[in-house]
Design a protein around this ligand. Sequence first.
Ligand SMILES: Nc1nc2c(c(=O)[nH]1)N[C@H]1C(S)=C(S)[C@@H](COP(=O)(O)O)O[C@H]1N2
Ligand SMILES: [Mo]
Length: 371
Amino acid sequence: MHKFKKLYLLAVIILILIGIVVCKNLINPLSEGKNTTLSYDNQKILIHGLKDTDFEVSIKDLRQLDTVTKRGEATRSNGEEVSLKATGPLLDTFLSKYGKKQKNFTTIRFIAKDNYSIAVPSDILNSRQIIMAYIIDGKPLKEDQPLHIVIPGERAMYWVKMLKQVDFETGENVKSCRKVVFLETASSNMSQEDYKYYDSIDKAIKTKDLIKKYANINDSTVKNVSMVAGDGLRKNETKENFLSAYIKITGKDAPKFMAPQFPQGMHVRDLMFINYGDAAVFSISQGNKVLKQTGIDDIHGIDFSEIIKQVGMTNAKGYKLTNLNGTSIQLTPDELSEGVIYLKEGKTVAFSTGVNGKNNMDNLLSIEAIQ
Ligand SMILES: Nc1nc2c(c(=O)[nH]1)N[C@H]1C(S)=C(S)[C@@H](COP(=O)(O)O)O[C@H]1N2
Ligand SMILES: [Mo]
């Protein structure tokens, strides 16, 4: 009797153990089966900037690494919430094979099959885990979309689907800014194109024309171009992508960085300024919406010191203000701080130190630091 009870107990325990093993395999067949083959195992991701030459890793290679499973929640640009459970190796697990860590890079750029791309900046690289997910919500991804980058805690624009390439970038590419060009004045003097935007036809300028005319397009030290929007969104594009795009200067969401060949998520609406090498292009109409306003007489505008802070200009001994006709005046920092930059009659950029200010300038095109 006693013996029978013991055997019975043993049988139950064995059955439970078998059950656990079977279930585990059913729930997570992929990460368990490192030696099994998946239909998309041969798909490859191009790795740039990690070794002297570019190389490819296959999904199968990545599946050999230790995985984590984490829930990620993020907000889409339209405010909706995305929530999913991502399974795959951490980017740091992949990098450890090469003696590297994600923190070693200034930016890591993820590029997708649909040409969506985004640069993950160093503050995120220093603080977040990046999952190279090949299983989402317990299910393998579709065959044509083998890998999905998930960064729990960061907005959905960083969660690149259909990953095709990873670029690891090192080195500082922030030059201090020497010259601010005002977008409204610059674009009034350029060829503008019709740009169809939903139900309206707006005006747009080519970024390439803008940079050619008002910055140094031949500066070979420029690799990335950064953009800051009115809501604080900060993005960086490759020079090549940046120069293949438009800035829509009228209508909804203007100024808007966009291009017909970009997926929507790469567009930047309410653009406040661009840093290209040592030049910045600044939109006063956008700045007016979000920066501190100062009033002189009946004029309301922005202090140049606010703009200096935003674009990362170094303080200078003097400043040269130039208007659309090419006329220049030189001001000391004190003289410059006596005035504001504003939109005259809501349209053209002007500098004013008051109704009869002696240094007033209309159609202000640029302000340069004098060394
Ligand atoms: N490959 C690819 N990944 C992408 C995008 C894209 O257009 N292509 N859009 C990004 C943006 S801007 C957002 S908000 C989210 C949208 O995620 P969803 O497809 O789950 O809505 O995906 C991101 N990943
Ligand atoms: Mo988005």
